[in-house]
Design a protein around this ligand. Structure first.
Ligand SMILES: [Zn+2]
Length: 315
């Protein structure tokens, strides 16, 4: 049972006064992951994503805007999304760590490889960051895995309370990426309706399950039981998780009522699926989650659930 924790302390300089996307989140998530592993975790040094890795996903003009914002000493991409001194390095580390996690899981070096990183990524589109996100970490990992010949078909599990509009937009015409998401709706960012199912050859690879405000573990687990079957039919080479914890009942920014028990149950389903598919491991990257105690407990429950699911599947 090998668990890797990849965490970018470099991101602690990425901060803005009073902003909920703050350094303490990274620390709480890392504490939870260590606790959930139940044994020593491997904590490799972070390798930042290089220009080639970033350019597979993001437009050069946007990367130039980011660099320019940082060189000015910071700024705001939208009313929610800040760039501070050191933010671009933090974002490159976050994307690189997510790719490292994906490589470790797909290569079988880690059964669970969790990138506890900031800033988060799933709202970032090819042409711009938003919603607290600068670089789309999970998209960089998908492209990096494929460029290295480590996977052809990839499934993305996104249980953050917000729809991963950036991730969906990047892959919605790509028939080799299955994107499955539960999220509160109607809610920010306003996308993720069930009829959004992909474009062109990729119709049927995007799976959105909007949940009404106040939905809790029962609705969350029921949606994922169905989505697990969808992903199994897709037959991915690896599963990557956009692991946000703002669907938790205690989260101050959203209105779902999932508990750590719900996250543990869904993680168990994901772990068992990865075992049935013969995957070496599952990779995760931190997205949202703004109550520190809920974040710590839910990250811990996720690791426990993944390991239990893989163990039960005979992996
Ligand atoms: Zn979120």
């Amino acid at each position: 049972m090998s668990v890797w924790l990849l965490t970018n302390a470099s991101a602690d300089v990425h901060r803005a006064p009073g902003h909920p996307e703050r350094p303490e989140r990274r620390i709480a998530a890392a504490e939870g992951i260590r606790a959930g592993a139940g044994a020593a975790v491997l904590e490799p040094a972070i390798e930042p994503a290089d220009e080639e890795d970033l350019a597979r996903i993001h437009d050069p003009a946007y990367l130039a805007i980011l660099a320019e914002a940082e060189s000015r000493g910071g700024g705001w991409l939208d009313p929610d999304t800040y760039v501070a001194s050191g933010s671009v390095s933090a974002a490159r580390d976050a994307a690189g760590a997510t790719l490292q996690a994906a490589l470790a899981a797909s290569g079988g070096e880690a059964e669970v490889a969790f990138a506890a990183v900031r800033p988060p990524g799933h709202h970032a589109a090819r042409g711009g960051g938003r919603g607290f996100c600068l670089i789309n970490n999970i998209a960089v990992a998908v492209a990096g895995l494929r460029a290295r010949g480590m996977a052809e078909r990839v499934a993305i599990v996104d249980w953050d309370v917000h729809h991963g509009d950036g991730t969906q937009a990047i892959f919605d015409d790509d028939a080799d990426v299955c994107y499955a998401s539960t999220h509160q709706a109607p809610f920010y960012p306003g996308t993720g309706w069930a009829e959004e199912s992909g474009r062109g050859d990729a119709v049927g690879t995007m799976h959105n399950r909007p949940l009404a405000a106040s939905s809790g573990d029962e609705e969350f687990v029921t949606a994922w039981q169905e989505l697990i079957g969808v992903i199994e039919s897709f037959g991915p080479d690896v599963i990557l998780v956009s692991a946000g914890y703002d669907a938790h009942a205690a989260d101050p920014l959203a209105g779902l009522a999932v508990t750590e028990s719900g996250f543990e149950t869904v993680a168990r389903l994901v772990g068992a699926l990865s075992g049935r598919l013969g995957h070496g491991g599952v990779a995760l990257t931190l997205e949202g989650g703004y109550d520190l105690d809920a974040l710590r407990a839910s990250a811990s429950a996720t690791v426990r659930g993944l390991l239990a699911g893989r163990n039960a599947s005979g992996a």
